[in-house]
Design a protein around this ligand. Structure first.
Ligand SMILES: C[S@@+](CC[C@H](N)C(=O)[O-])C[C@H]1O[C@@H](n2cnc3c(N)ncnc32)[C@H](O)[C@@H]1O
Length: 390
């Protein structure tokens, strides 16, 4: 399988950083769409993409694109597609349909028709048929139909979404999506070359993703993928890709610190980091942000603070606006020499941070629209100010 047409769905706002990751991985004809990046690559790239990409949700192979005018044509085309390379006759499948047009009867009907076409092919050839399994199918098929009858037929190589890194067992309150955390780190330019702090780390998602970046550890090292269940799975190639990636794992060059006011959040973070295989790289402290001692930085290496503060009263912070004002004060007074990035969906509260925002990136945190805001806390500025007042 060379020259495969590939699609990589992602979260809104992460398309550019995903395209960078994919270019580094060797994808060609890279194009950025809405919540997706597409391009061309081979099977080795599909394996590596699943294992190594930090900001993609899935890896899809587009196996056919065609136009149909009648439902029967869809059935015929799917029945004529060779499914045996992706699915054993006694395997299981699931078909998801995106059909925004009113051209076909309904989404459920199309899924049924597509399933019949595939199942009929197997029954004809092998006298047995795959079953349907929504929860854990051997093969997941994506059918996207546009209003004018253009059909995109893809197979999902990932199985579980790629945000499932295999390290999360327990979560704290409002955990952030792993792919979003990795995307935020990438947007902030984090590559392990500077000290990193998440002072409100909750269950430790940002820390786990940062540590995997700093140690060059692939996020998919602890999990299985859909393509491993395909009949044509190339185990030898997969083993050598995994071994090469594992050989590239290195020790972190700069410290990583996580803190939270809540002891039980720190316990969950410890568990998360242990399961991710990176606990030894991270220091964890139970501390309110106002009392947290920053990791040392100087003129040669600045620090990075990335955090996802509470943005609702629900999280028992009392007055949320006063809380953000206090975050701003702490940043000003104690975190000079750092670049700070906060993600928050509470626009009113963020205004009260009271620092100049040098960048603002719109991102979706689950269904919630959020802003990822950057603040520069120059070391020089404070020194200049204090020398000016001396
Ligand atoms: C939205 S959660 C962070 C979720 C985290 N990103 C994750 O993926 O699990 C916010 C965290 O801030 C913590 N927090 C609230 N007030 C704090 C304070 N003053 N100092 C430090 N942490 C605080 C809460 O205990 C909570 O764990």
């Amino acid at each position: 399988m060379s020259d495969l047409t590939l699609a990589f769905p992602t979260l809104a706002g992460l398309e550019e950083v995903l395209a960078d990751e994919l270019t580094d991985l060797g994808l060609t004809d890279v194009e950025i769409g809405r919540r997706v990046v597409t391009g061309t690559g081979d099977l080795a790239l599909v394996y590596r993409a699943n294992l190594e990409l930090r900001t993609a949700l899935r890896v899809l192979i587009n196996i056919d694109a065609f136009r149909v005018d009648r439902e029967q044509e869809l059935y015929d085309r799917l029945r004529a597609t060779n499914w045996r390379q992706y699915l054993m006759p006694e395997g299981s499948l699931y078909i998801s349909v995106v059909d925004p047009g009113a051209w076909f009867r309904n989404t459920h009907y199309i899924a049924q028709l597509a399933k019949d076409a595939i199942v009929d092919q197997f029954r004809d050839k092998y006298q047995t048929r795959p079953s349907v399994d929504k929860g854990n199918p051997d093969l997941s098929i994506h059918l996207r139909i546009s209003g004018d009858g253009n059909v995109d037929l893809s197979v999902d190589t990932s199985g579980d979404g790629l945000h499932r890194r295999g390290y999360r067992r327990r979560t704290g309150e409002a955990p952030i999506n792993e792919v979003l955390a990795a995307g935020m780190l990438r947007i902030a330019g984090y590559s392990g070359e500077q000290p990193l702090v998440d002072p409100m780390c909750g269950s430790g998602t940002i820390l786990a993703e940062a540590t995997m970046i700093a140690t060059n550890r692939p996020p998919g090292m602890n999990r299985a993928f859909g393509f491993q269940r395909w009949p044509d799975f190339d185990e030898a190639q997969w083993d050598s890709i995994r071994k090469a990636a594992s050989d590239r794992i290195q020790t972190a060059q700069h410290p990583i610190l996580g803190a939270d006011i809540d002891d039980s959040a720190i316990a969950i973070a410890r568990d998360t980091l242990e399961r991710a295989g990176v606990l030894a790289t991270v220091e964890l402290r139970t501390s309110p942000f106002a009392e947290l001692q920053p990791l040392p930085v100087d003129e040669t290496v600045s620090g990075l603070l990335i955090t996802n503060p509470p943005y609702e009263m629900r999280m028992q912070t009392g007055d949320i606006v006063a809380f953000y004002t206090a975050i701003g004060d702490t940043l000003k007074q104690q975190w000079a020499g750092y670049t700070a990035w906060l993600i928050s969906a509470n626009a009113q509260a963020v205004k009260r941070v009271g620092l100049r925002t040098s960048r603002k990136v719109p991102l979706m945190n689950g269904p919630v629209e959020a802003r990822f805001c950057k603040y520069e806390l120059y070391l020089g500025t404070r020194q200049q100010k204090s020398s000016a007042t001396d």
